[in-house]
Design a protein around this ligand. Structure first.
Ligand code: HEM
Length: 229
């Protein structure tokens, strides 16, 4: 299942409330439904009518997270996705790299949603990508102008790819200790910036770089983001 074209998807979900344990009465989130009972080990099931509904269910959880959080999570999700996608959108960021300063918060905030959907076919890399799309969608003056749809899912996380993970801790890549990626310097000239996006993301026209750098208008200049004084 790689796209959202509409087949019925029935999948196990490990409930947040009862993960890996006994039924304490916690229901499955997201897609509704519930399972288990009588104190026995169980895998909670919920039924999603289509892959599109699956994505919408995760998106709805992300929207609630953004709306219920006191800081500007939407901007953090957009920044996080850029850092994740340099070198491949693989759901892994190297927090030992100072360029990723401030990204622990969005990673942690998304973790319950990652856990909730990880058995449904949505990977951590998918959830991070979706969070960024939702952050961008909701930042529009009229948030329905552009839907920022996610049209496919199944992005492999770094730990399940053949990435050269020799620079992860003990070769064990994870969300917060991904392979080292060189992020662009904040001192690039305009020409160097355009070259970076051409070489890294195959951008063909300078306006594409101008447009994506406009993402900075979502955020706030704050030392907690980058460590910059
Ligand atoms: C050469 C490329 C880039 C450089 C050097 C760069 C650098 C930075 C720095 C230093 C900050 C933190 C500012 C602070 O201290 O508060 C920041 C924030 C941010 N960046 Fe970038 N960035 C780049 C590209 C991008 C791209 C391509 C995106 C979006 C796809 C992006 C999205 C953001 C967002 C949304 C924030 C605000 C985060 C927040 O307020 O929580 N950046 N960027």
């Amino acid at each position: 299942m790689q796209d959202n074209s509409g087949n019925t998807v029935r999948h196990p979900q490990t409930s947040l409330a009862v993960e890996g344990g006994k039924d304490g009465g916690g229901g499955g989130g997201g897609g509704g439904g519930g399972g288990g009972g009588g104190g026995e080990d169980f895998i909670d099931f919920f039924v999603i009518d289509s892959a599109a509904d699956l994505i919408n269910s995760a998106r709805s959880d992300i929207t609630s997270l953004i709306n219920g959080h006191p800081t500007n999570l939407a901007a953090k999700f957009v920044r996080m996705a850029f850092h994740d996608c340099v070198g491949g959108c693989d759901g892994c960021i190297d927090l030992t790299n100072g360029d990723n300063f401030g990204l622990e918060e969005p990673i942690d905030m998304l973790d319950p949603i990652v856990v909730k959907f990880e058995h449904s076919g949505l990977t951590r890399a998918d959830i991070w990508a979706l969070a960024s799309l939702e952050g961008a969608r909701g930042a529009q003056a009229n948030d329905d102008d552009l839907p920022f749809e996610m049209t496919w899912f199944g992005r492999p996380n770094c730990e399940s790819t053949n990435v050269d993970d020799t620079d992860c801790v003990e070769n064990d890549c994870s969300a917060k200790r991904g392979p080292h990626r060189d992020l662009p310097s904040p001192h690039l000239t305009t020409h160097e910036l355009i070259t970076f996006f051409n070489e890294t993301f195959d951008f063909q026209e300078p306006w594409q770089t101008v447009a994506i750098m406009g993402a900075h208008t979502l955020g706030t200049l704050a030392r907690e983001n980058s460590g910059f004084q």
